[in-house]
Design a protein around this ligand. Structure first.
Ligand code: XLS
Ligand code: NI
Ligand code: NI
Length: 452
């Protein structure tokens, strides 16, 4: 294992010296042997007329990287992070925040994301959480000012506390739903104060395990009504960011209501919220719902719902939300190919909702994980841009559908056409219709040629 390069023995950011022997990660190019450097992510490099940093708008997530101690269902924490203490008191929360901002700064990414409970000490009551979170939001504001870091999105954790076992906004008990709404109000307002670019609602436990104890229609009706209130409040306080729902098909609930992007589209249409709410797509959730990452992006783009991305991936064998750093450059390239022609990300970004493996117990592993993920994103961006510039995929698709722009296709879609007129015409002209090759392998080879 290579030694980290020692800088000056202490951080530029004052109090925290957790990563003191690691200097800010720099671009050194594909040939460097140094592991604490970027080989492909060169933030000022122009790609399709935009800086790489502005294309990717990357964020580090607070929860996996600074809150998780390595515990899983079979055993306790393995990480021994210097900023953790068992009480998770104010001192621990402060130390965590100092370490987090030092890490964001050293990684040199522009954004971060949090849940309300990630940035606060353990709070015993809703009142305590509300108070503690207000203090934490102020401290976050101070760090943002000091470091120039920005908030990609905030979210309320409505799934960890035992009161949320049956959901937050879809809980059968109005008292629990009211607590959830209070947390959302506080977190949306804090996100607004911190200049956040978006506000996220991941379903958490909005779903059910068995219909035997669940009134599905009431839960969905309540969900729709409360989501409308979130949008109303956003407008009332003047929050300009997007409200995002994060689709996921199952886990923790057996059935999650926000199954995938298309399901959310139907839900938003039902409650007249189209255009008000967009999606935060996560590759690991896409594959759990039986889709590819690219499919979810293409669907969101086509339905005008594209918001942001939680970049990670699952393990292809086990079917859980394992939240691994996504190193599958081809898979990300295919998703970027759907995103780039639409103009790319607007208020969204690529948030590393990803965690190092439980055996990767050294703090430096957090750097290796993120550096790998960041370089994979950069390589995918370069590959997708190369494909866009070469234009062959685009030309192929245009040719394949060219029949709809003139002659028969145009007439069929014209205002005078009916089922009858088309059918009669087909009979009269003795239309036969022959298949032309989709050339999938040829197209896949074009993609692979652009992977570098
Ligand atoms: C869990 C989700 C979660 C959201 C934020 O599966 O990905 O991490 O992104 O609540
Ligand atoms: Ni996520
Ligand atoms: Ni997830």
């Amino acid at each position: 294992m290579q030694e980290a390069r020692i800088v000056d023995g202490h951080s530029e950011l004052g109090a925290s010296v957790v990563f003191s022997n690691i200097e800010q990660i720099k671009y050194e190019g594909p040939d460097t042997d140094y592991q604490l450097a970027y080989r492909y992510y060169n933030k000022d490099q122009e790609v399709l007329g935009k800086r790489m940093e502005d294309h990717l708008r990357m964020a580090v997530c607070y929860w996996h990287t600074f809150c998780w101690d390595g515990a899983d269902i079979f055993g306790g924490g393995t990480f021994n992070r210097p900023w953790h203490n068992p009480q998770n008191d104010r001192a621990a929360s402060d130390a965590k925040m100092a370490a987090a901002f030092e890490f964001f700064h050293k990684l040199d990414v522009p954004y971060y994301c949090f849940h309300d409970v990630d940035v606060t000490e353990t709070s015993d009551t809703p009142d305590e959480l509300s108070e503690n979170f207000k203090c934490s939001a102020e401290r976050l504001g101070g760090y943002q000012e000091e470091t120039g870091l920005k908030l990609l999105w905030g979210t309320a954790n409505l799934f960890s506390h035992p009161r949320y076992a049956a959901g937050g906004l879809t809980n059968p008990d109005p008292e629990v739903a009211a607590c959830a709404i209070r947390q959302i109000r506080d977190c949306l307002e804090a996100t607004h104060q911190l200049g956040g670019a978006n506000y996220v609602l991941w379903g958490g436990r909005e779903g059910y395990d068995t219909l035997l104890n669940t009134d599905l229609n009431r839960e969905l009706e309540n969900f729709g009504r409360f989501l409308s209130m979130v949008v109303e409040h956003k407008n009332k306080i003047g929050f300009k960011g997007k409200i995002l729902i994060e689709p996921k098909p199952h886990e923790p609930m057996y059935h999650q209501y926000d199954f995938d992007t298309a399901t959310i589209y139907g839900f938003l249409q039902r409650f007249d919220l189209l255009g008000e709410v967009h999606v935060n797509i996560e590759p690991n959730h896409a594959t759990l719902s039986g889709h590819s990452f690219a499919h979810e992006i293409a669907t969101a783009v086509s339905l005008g719902m594209m918001g942001s991305i939680d970049i990670n991936c699952g393990n292809y064998q086990n079917g859980w939300d394992t939240d691994q750093f996504n190193l599958d450059i081809r898979d990300i390239t295919l998703a970027m190919l759907e995103l780039l022609p639409s103009g790319g990300l607007d208020t969204g970004g690529f948030n590393f909702d990803a965690k190092v493996r439980r055996q990767s117990s050294d703090a430096v592993d957090l750097f290796y994980g993120h550096i790998g993920g960041i370089d994979a994103l950069a390589r995918a961006l370069l590959a997708a841009a190369d494909l866009v510039e070469r234009g062959q995929l685009d030309d192929f698709k245009s040719d394949r559908y060219a029949g709809w722009n003139e002659g028969l296709g145009k007439t069929m879609l014209g205002p005078k056409s009916s089922l009858e007129s088309i059918a009669d015409d087909a009979a009269k002209k003795q239309l036969n219709g022959t298949h032309s090759s989709g050339h999938q392998e040829y197209l896949e080879n074009l993609v692979n040629r652009s992977l570098r």
